[in-house]
Write a protein that binds this ligand. Structure first.
Ligand code: ADP
Ligand code: ZN
Length: 737
């Protein structure tokens, strides 16, 4: 066949190559009626792949004799609409990531594997003949058949095949015989959209002046715009979201709500349900595949008005998009750190712009990128200045560790504050971003430190499991407290959450203390239990990592103690100050959320560091203003654009070799307004047995950066040096190392 007009199918295949692949329509068809957005099965190499049809074309760069036919069409109607395909392309172009891999990341696993959108289930029904069959006679001749008929009768005469699989696992072996005798009927039933139940919406508190003003500003415009809702935890941001959601729901629009990984709390889901009278559809990474597909379907067909999810939910197709909310927009978990390294916040904004709908970003500690856009007037900046209801802002004070040395990590002033708050019936949260018992195990005689064999990193001591664990690669080995070099005793140095828990338990009693970190909550259900103990006040002292610093509401909490904030003061990453400010303000926001006055005590060995005077005098605003000035002077983001080309391999040589090649290729392509820095080895060069190095590409112009990188990536994909390394490109990297 000579291809006629638009009979070349250009498809996205899940392989690491930045291009579409051309196919002919399946045998016996001419491609008429095949629309972009459908899925196809195509031959790829020696395998079959599920592919997404991105566009139809009249011609191909390949000679007609080289074109293969697609094997089958998997949807008769487009699975992805034009706006969804646009998002895939935009993501692929912006992050310079193969569009087939983008499509794979955006689709639920079952659709990626070629399964149907609406899975058909078999329904097995007992016929009149089946009912009348003499059970005793049948039981003698064909006991299994009798068993099947009995099982059906016991289920009212009909059930799903899956249920029968459970009840009589061997039923499929006598299915044919029973059908032949007309004892059974089997029907295919296709799952249909299920309406999400509605309940009555409860009214919330009357909005205060700041909330009313914010709502009025947002309601004054329609179509795309970005609003930063800037207010501390408890200032009533969620109330404002809820009102805007009601506006959209009243017009039968859908709302997509993105929350950070740890912010997806049952409390929040309940609040949405109660206040909006609709059941939120929850999308998160641990949903079983079939549930994820069902949720995706309900969002796509419009039967779910409220979609709540973490990072990857940004790709959820919507039938009637009306509003996107990104709560805690500064949160690091919005950036995917492997594979397709996208920022869900940034994609949410791009998507809203394309859909011409508003987007609300909420934060008490907005990212520098967002603060700058507000200053430039591109985003609307609305401030909720006070805590709603009655709570007053917490008092923050420093404890200078040079004057008040800490014993086992806890200084006297912090312990005295704890005594006072606990005596008054309050609750204390001790925050330490380091799990385990101690970050280091050191030999008391020769000073040898226990290190990971596969990483340039120290092993963390875990007392509960009596082991040494590497927090970078997951390696672990039994804890041996004598030195492998000299045989002398080793001792743990420094504090982790496990050790602090022990110290506090010795002082206040074990029942009073609850630790919440990824170790203590590994078992299913333990997290919920610990949070319930924390929320009820039964646990008077909470010890935890940043897991505890976000999203949760502990009514009795009045004191927050920060054990060790100093690492952030001297971070090598230019985002160090921003992150430290954010995490301290966030954790401080846990204190005194109801009527009691909250207090925050921060221990530091560098009390005269100017960061502290900025934070204490001017709060996050002042930290942000200083940080922005510093970034502008150094031309760091958001005043410039960055991309990081990373490479790793079992030896050092190939990584540097590859990056040198990349640097040279970039030079040949022309460094027009673009700077290339490196290659350099990563600060922790070896991780999990692999050497890592990187090349930083910087430009004041996004366009110049993308222009160069787009062409560079194609060259690298086909370069021999690329075969000896694993490489990736990170556009707008969140971490430089
Ligand atoms: P945020 O999202 O900024 O943390 P929330 O919207 O959750 O703030 O509000 C914090 C608390 O204050 C909630 O218990 C909420 O019900 C209450 N609240 C919010 N707005 C008002 C208001 N206008 N009047 C009284 N209480 C309010
Ligand atoms: Zn390791």
């Amino acid at each position: 066949m000579t291809p006629g007009p638009d009979t070349i199918l250009r498809v996205a295949v899940n392989v690491p190559l930045s291009r579409l692949f051309d196919y002919l329509p399946p045998a016996g068809t001419d491609g008429a009626g095949l629309l972009p957005g459908i899925r196809l099965t195509v031959p790829f190499g020696r395998r079959r792949q599920t592919a997404v049809l991105m566009e139809c074309a009249g011609t191909s760069d390949l000679p007609a004799s080289k074109l293969k036919r697609a094997i089958a069409v998997l949807n008769d109607k487009p699975l992805l609409r034009a706006a969804d395909l646009w998002l895939l392309r935009f993501t692929s172009d912006y992050y310079l990531h193969p569009v087939g891999e983008v499509a794979a990341a955006a689709l639920p696993a079952l659709l990626r594997q070629g399964r149907p959108l609406y899975p058909a289930t078999e329904r097995v029904t007992l016929t009149a003949a089946g009912r009348d069959a003499d059970p005793d006679a049948l039981a003698r001749r064909a006991p299994r058949q009798a068993e099947v008929l009995a099982a059906l009768a016991a289920r009212g005469g009909a059930c799903d095949a899956a249920e029968l699989d459970e009840a009589v696992p061997a039923w499929r072996r006598c299915r044919k015989a029973l059908l032949h005798k007309d004892c059974l009927r089997i029907d295919e039933v296709t799952a249909t959209p299920v309406a999400v139940p509605e309940s009555t919406a409860e009214p919330g508190p009357a909005p205060n002046a700041a909330q009313r003003e914010a709502l009025a500003a947002m309601r004054a415009t329609s179509g795309f715009d970005v609003t930063l809702l800037d207010g501390v935890t408890g200032s009533g941001k969620t109330e404002v979201y809820l009102h805007r959601m009601q506006d959209v729901l009243a017009q039968n629009g859908q709302v997509l709500i993105l929350v950070p990984e740890i912010g997806l709390t049952p409390q929040f889901v309940r609040r949405l349900r109660r206040r909006l009278g609709r059941e939120p559809l929850v999308l998160h990474s641990s949903l079983p595949d079939s549930d994820r597909l069902a949720a995706w379907r309900a969002a796509r067909d419009g039967s779910a008005p409220l979609i709540l999810g973490t990072r990857s939910a940004v790709f959820t197709p919507l039938a009637a998009p009306g509003l996107i909310v990104v709560d805690e927009e500064h949160d690091g978990s919005y950036k995917q750190q492997e594979g397709l390294r996208y920022s869900a916040r940034d994609l949410a904004i791009a998507r809203a712009k394309h859909l011409d709908i508003p987007v609300i970003l909420g934060s008490a500690t907005p990212a520098m990128e967002t603060v700058l856009r507000c200053r430039q007037g591109a985003y609307r900046h609305l401030v909720l200045p006070e805590r709603a209801g009655f709570a007053a802002p917490p008092l923050i004070r420093l404890v200078d560790l040079a004057r008040h040395p800490a014993n086992d990590g806890l200084s006297d002033p912090l312990l005295r504050s704890m005594d006072r708050h606990l005596d008054e019936g309050g609750q204390a949260l001790i925050f330490l971003n380091r799990r385990g018992y101690a970050p280091t195990l050191i030999c008391t005689a020769c000073g040898k430190i226990a290190e990971c064999e596969r990483c340039d990193a120290r092993m963390t001591v875990h007392a509960g499991s009596q082991s040494l664990a590497c927090h970078h690669c997951g390696a672990s080995r039994p804890l041996d407290t004598s030195c492998s070099d000299c045989g002398a005793d080793c001792r743990p140095l420094g504090q982790g959450t496990e050790r602090i828990e022990g110290v506090l338990a010795a002082r206040y009693g074990g029942d009073a203390v609850t630790r919440i970190d990824s170790d203590s909550t590994r078992l299913k259900g333990t997290m919920d239990k610990a949070l319930a103990r924390a929320a009820s006040g039964e646990a008077r002292i909470l010890v935890g990592t940043q897991m505890l610093s976000k999203g949760h509401h502990f009514p009795k909490l009045t004191l927050v103690g920060v054990i060790n904030a100093d690492q952030g003061l001297f971070s090598t990453d230019f985002r160090g100050g921003e992150r430290l400010g954010q995490s301290l303000v966030q954790v401080a926001g846990r204190a005194g959320r109801e009527r009691r006055q909250g207090e925050v005590v921060i221990q530091t060995a560098f009390a005269s560091h100017p960061f502290w005077s900025r934070l204490l005098a001017g709060g996050y605003d002042e930290v942000a203003a200083f940080t922005l000035a510093e970034r502008e002077a150094a031309a760091w983001p958001p005043f410039s654009r960055l991309a990081l080309l990373r490479a790793e391999a079992p030896q050092r040589g190939p990584t540097h070799n590859f990056l040198d090649t990349a640097r040279q290729l970039a030079g040949e392509l022309g460094l027009d307004h673009v700077r290339v820095l490196g290659p350099v080895s990563a600060p922790m060069e070896r991780r999990a047995g692999r050497y890592r190095a990187q090349l930083l590409v910087q430009s004041a112009s996004r366009q110049a950066l993308h222009n160069l990188l787009g062409r560079l990536v194609i060259k690298l994909e086909n370069h021999p040096a690329a075969r000896r390394v694993r490489w990736s490109l990170d556009v707008d990297p969140a971490e430089l190392f």
